[in-house]
Design a protein. Structure first.
Length: 90
């Protein structure tokens, strides 16, 4: 997987370490659970990238509640969502 291409496509910070989860074959609610578990330890230098077979609609409100920035885009491989800790001016 070319995570740099995913980050460029969604307009996410691309000068950070990437933590990647391919959730396309995980049954609900595993993509949501695994993503939230991994975000607990996400530091300011890392972007989390989730590749899924659909837009993670139930994830978005949880990200907003926790103050994360995120972008989602459809890609040939599936739906890519990049998540990172928001900068103070975001």
């Amino acid at each position: 997987m070319d995570t740099d291409a995913y980050l460029d496509e969604v307009g996410a910070p691309n000068r950070r370490t990437v933590d990647f989860l391919d959730a396309r074959e995980l049954p609900p609610p595993e993509p949501l659970q695994q993503t939230m578990n991994r975000l607990v330890e996400l530091d300011a230098e890392t972007v989390f990238v989730q590749l899924n077979d659909r837009a993670p609609q139930f994830l978005y409100p949880k990200l907003e509640d926790r103050g994360f920035s995120y972008r989602t885009a459809e890609h040939d491989d599936g739906v890519v969502t990049a998540i990172w800790q928001a900068e103070p001016d975001e």
